[in-house]
Design a protein around this ligand. Structure first.
Ligand SMILES: [Zn+2]
Ligand SMILES: [Zn+2]
Length: 195
């Protein structure tokens, strides 16, 4: 594992800027890995699966440190709006969920009151704050199905309504028909017309 400073330098480059989210994300991932006993995320990348709960700055840093990526199915995104992540050790069969504490902002202000900008206060304080001031940790169990894991698709079916292919059991069975989530009424979009 690299040092905090080394990860932060790469994180800023990868993310496009340095921000409190990079510090939180890097520290969160380093803490999660250490709790799972994973000292080298590159070497142990097949052991690790990470769930992130927000689509903001910190998630880029979590992905960078863990090496877990959406395109590899090792990074799972859940739209909970929380600066939190769960690190799952597939070999050790254990998982730890880490959430950033809301009161860390107040502590940052108290620690770095010489800086007037809350962004700068957080950026600097989050680098030096103790783990338990910055985060809350939980031991958790994550229900994983074989079709959630990395590797080749476990199944692929065509939707009975739109004909589009659906991988890994994400189809629904409605009145005896096999439907994609869109056709089953769970869509996030509305088709306006074909191009
Ligand atoms: Zn950022
Ligand atoms: Zn469909």
């Amino acid at each position: 594992m690299k040092t905090l400073e080394e990860y932060l330098a790469v994180a800023a480059q990868n993310h496009g800027h340095m921000c409190p989210g990079q510090v939180l994300g890097v520290r969160m991932a380093m803490l999660g890995l250490s709790r799972l006993g994973i000292d080298d995320p590159v070497k142990h990348r097949k052991r690790l699966l990470t769930f992130v709960e927000i689509d903001r700055c910190a998630t880029d840093a979590v992905s960078l440190v863990t090496g877990c990526r959406l395109g590899k199915r090792s990074l799972k995104y859940l739209d909970y709006g929380k600066v939190a992540a769960t690190f799952v050790d597939l070999e050790g069969h254990q998982a730890v969920r880490i959430v950033a504490r809301d009161d860390a902002r107040q502590k940052a202000k108290a620690m770095r009151g010489n800086l007037t900008d809350p962004y700068q206060q957080q950026l600097e304080a989050y680098k030096v704050m103790a783990d338990d001031e910055l985060f809350t940790l939980q031991q958790v169990h994550v229900k994983l199905r074989p079709e959630d894991l990395p590797g080749r698709p476990r199944s692929r079916v065509a939707c009975d309504q739109c004909g589009e292919g659906v991988n890994d059991g994400r189809e629904s069975c409605v009145n005896g028909r096999t439907l994609c989530r869109n056709c089953a009424g769970e869509s996030y979009y509305e088709v306006l017309g074909d191009q």
